[in-house]
Ligand binder design. Structure first.
Ligand code: ATP
Ligand code: MG
Length: 428
């Protein structure tokens, strides 16, 4: 036998036993966002490579070493999207959705990054992204944070903490960058190799290092928060006040810088201690310069992305995953006449009871084999249709999950019985 082909490292199948959890998460988020007036947008998974280089930044981890980039048959350089914001902005500009108007948008789907696979870190992973455009004040930053707080409540998650920071304006950040570089140069000997490289390319990222040996140097570094422009200070104060009055607890983390270049002013992360090193389940902030940077007319913007694999892992940790949806009934038939009759009966029942989850035994089998399948399906009831029942115009009903005698109904009685069992409303 030849070797079987496996999925690509870091890219996972989501199996039938796992899809109920995904669907639950997706529908919860969809309902919640509708409650805030956000509309869904769906973008292609592949974009021109230049889009990400121009938005995320040439010297970020993502663009330097994590992108799945390839040449298509025309010789164009294409990239599997590593995140959604750039695509969303591209689509917004292309379709005239951004200029002189406000937008509240969201999307959901797979993202691709060539990282070292480990718990909570994959090469294909899924995000829900939320982006707003044309709203300048801290009110929208607060709304974004409040709606994520509501999502955690709805999902029954409590052990997440909110960290916020302000990156200020581009100019304030450029001035601060020089001070930071001066300071870090004075501590070259303590910096690890990554940080020495970043010192030249992206010094703010040094503050984000998880290397404990550099902890003291980082703690002693000048803080961006002390070097903000007046407008950014006022914006940040405005956000903090709104979170305070909404009763949302946060910590200001002056070292929170985010890995993407396009952020300005507010940045935030929701972090849990329950998942180990990969504890950030949601990250976002303002990116007022990005639309213009990508060729659109200057438009303020703010958004965030949730990592769904991490959120699901957290739900599992809390025992908050929904149980799989079982069928209500499993229809067992014997003999060709009953099987043909059964197919029609099943359709008639689905016509009159739209919420009914009915599995028809297909592929024949002995009574024992069919009842075994019925049991394995986790259905509540087995409907039994044999030659006798067909002749009498009746159907047998066997209770699979409780001690109760088998019964026999006419078709009309069966419908009323199933209705009384509440097998009628479509499941959410
Ligand atoms: P990290 O610091 O964990 O690498 P990041 O700053 O690269 O995260 P973002 O680009 O802001 O992450 O993406 C938003 C969210 O998407 C993250 O907070 C995380 O939950 C999730 N995420 C990012 N990369 C991955 C990945 N490789 N596998 C699984 N989830 C991921
Ligand atoms: Mg990353």
């Amino acid at each position: 036998m030849s070797k079987t082909i496996q999925s690509i490292r870091g890219m996972h199948d989501i199996l039938p036993e796992q899809t109920p959890a995904w669907q639950y998460l997706e529908s919860t988020v969809r309902d919640l966002l509708a409650g805030y007036g956000y509309q869904e947008i769906r973008m292609p998974i592949v974009e021109m490579t230049e889009l990400f280089a121009r938005s995320i930044g040439e010297v970020t981890d993502i663009v330097e070493k994590e992108m799945y980039t390839f040449e298509d048959r025309n010789g164009d350089s294409l990239t599997l999207r590593p995140e959604g914001t750039a695509s969303c902005v591209r689509a917004g500009i292309q379709h005239g959705l951004l200029h002189n108007q406000q937008q509240r948008l969201w999307y959901m789907g797979p993202m691709f990054r060539h990282e070292r696979p480990q718990k909570g870190r994959y090469r294909q992973f899924h995000q829900i992204g939320v982006e707003t455009f044309g709203i300048e004040g801290p009110d929208i930053d607060a709304e974004l944070i409040m709606l994520t707080a509501r999502l955690w409540r709805r999902l029954g998650i409590s052990d997440v903490r909110l960290e916020i920071n302000s990156l200020g304006s581009l100019e304030a950040r450029a001035a601060y960058r020089e001070r930071l570089v001066d300071y870090l140069r004075g501590h070259q000997d303590v910096l690890d190799e990554d940080s020495r490289r970043r010192l030249e390319t992206n010094p703010l990222r040094v503050l984000d290092s998880k290397n404990l040996a550099m902890k003291d140097v980082i703690a002693g570094a000048p803080q961006l928060l002390d070097h903000l422009d007046a407008e950014s200070v006022a914006h940040f104060e405005g956000l903090k006040q709104r979170l305070d009055t909404a009763g949302i607890v946060y910590v200001v983390n002056p070292c929170l810088v985010r890995g993407l270049d396009y952020y300005s002013r507010t940045v935030f992360e929701w972090i849990t201690e329950s998942l180990g090193a990969q504890g950030t389940i949601c990250a976002g902030g303002r990116y007022d310069g990005l639309v213009e940077q990508l060729g659109g007319r200057a438009t303020t913007a703010a958004g965030f992305a949730i990592g769904l694999e991490r959120l699901l892992a957290l739900l599992e940790e809390h025992g908050r995953l929904p149980s799989p949806v079982a069928p209500h009934v499993y229809l067992v038939t014997f003999g060709e006449r009953a099987e043909r009759e059964g197919l029609l009966l099943a359709e008639r029942l689905r016509n009159v009871l739209p919420g009914l989850r009915l599995v028809m035994n297909c592929g024949g089998g002995s009574f024992k084999a069919q009842m075994k399948r019925a049991d394995r399906s986790a259905a509540e009831l087995a409907l039994i249709l044999g030659e006798d029942e067909v002749d009498a115009g009746e159907i047998g009903v066997k209770f699979l999950r409780r001690e109760e005698d088998q019964r026999r109904f006419s078709q009309d009685q069966l419908e009323a019985f199933l209705r009384a069992q509440c097998f009628t409303a479509p499941s959410a």
